[in-house]
Design a protein. Structure first.
Length: 206
C-alpha cells in the first residue's frame, strides 16, 4: 500500500471559498472567488503551506438578473457595481484554472472547503460552463466538515465549527470575503490534517 502511494502524484490542497447571490449556479451567479494553497500530501504525510503566499481572488460579473437578497447580503457585494466592474466569468475562470495548474505543478490539485458542497457546486459548474474543463477533474474535492466528523467519530449533521476544539480553528475571522475565508479555511485544513483525533480518554464534543 505504501509503495503504491509513493507512485501516485502528491495531492496539492487548495482552499476555495465563493460568494454567490443564490443557492444554485445558472439561475444565480457566483460573485467572487477566493483560493489559497493549503498544503501538500504525499506518502510521507501532510505538509502545510503558508496560505497567504499563493492566493487567487476575482470578483465576477453576474450572469443573470435573479438573486436572493438574503444570499447577496451575506457577502455585502454590490451587484450593480459588479455588472460594470466585475471580471467576465470566462476570463476569470480561465485565469483561475491556469493559476491552479501553476501552483499544482508536480501534484494533483484538490479543492477543499468548509463545507465544500456549496462552493464546489458553483466552482465546478462555472469551470465547465465557461472553460469546458476542471483542473480538479470531476471529483477532486475534499470536504473539511466530513474530514472532522470522520476523525472525531461524530455524525456529520452534528458537526459545526462551534463543536470543534478551539486549537483546530484558525484565529482569523470568518469575514465572508472570499479570499479571507479561503485563507482561514486553509489553516483549518492544515490543523485537521495534522490532528490525530480526540483523546480516547477525553469526552467527545457535543
Amino acid at each position: 500500500m505504501a509503495e503504491r502511494a509513493r507512485r501516485v502524484k502528491p495531492s496539492r490542497y487548495i482552499s476555495v471559498d465563493i460568494e454567490a447571490d443564490g443557492p444554485i449556479p445558472g439561475p444565480y451567479s457566483m460573485l467572487s472567488l477566493g483560493a489559497a494553497v493549503a498544503g501538500t500530501q504525499d506518502a510521507d504525510g501532510f505538509t502545510a503551506a503558508d496560505p497567504e503566499q499563493q492566493t487567487f481572488y476575482r470578483e465576477l460579473r453576474p450572469i443573470g438578473e435573479e438573486f436572493v437578497p438574503e444570499a447577496l447580503a451575506v457577502s455585502g457585494l454590490d451587484r450593480e457595481r459588479l455588472k460594470a466592474e466585475g471580471a467576465e466569468p470566462a476570463v476569470a475562470l480561465a485565469e483561475f484554472a491556469e493559476w491552479v495548474r501553476e501552483v499544482s505543478s508536480g501534484a494533483q490539485p484538490v479543492m477543499c472547503g468548509y463545507p465544500a458542497p456549496y462552493d464546489w457546486t458553483f466552482l465546478y459548474w462555472y469551470l465547465i460552463r465557461f472553460t469546458g474543463a476542471s483542473p480538479f477533474g470531476h471529483s477532486g474535492c475534499l470536504d473539511m466538515k466530513t474530514l472532522y466528523a470522520t476523525k472525531a467519530g461524530l455524525p456529520l449533521r452534528a458537526v459545526a465549527k462551534g463543536t470543534m476544539p478551539r486549537h483546530l480553528l484558525s484565529r482569523r475571522r470568518h469575514t465572508h470575503h472570499a479570499l479571507d475565508d479561503a485563507v482561514e479555511q486553509a489553516e483549518l485544513l492544515a490543523n485537521l490534517m495534522n490532528w490525530p483525533g480526540p483523546d480516547a480518554s477525553a469526552p467527545v464534543p457535543d
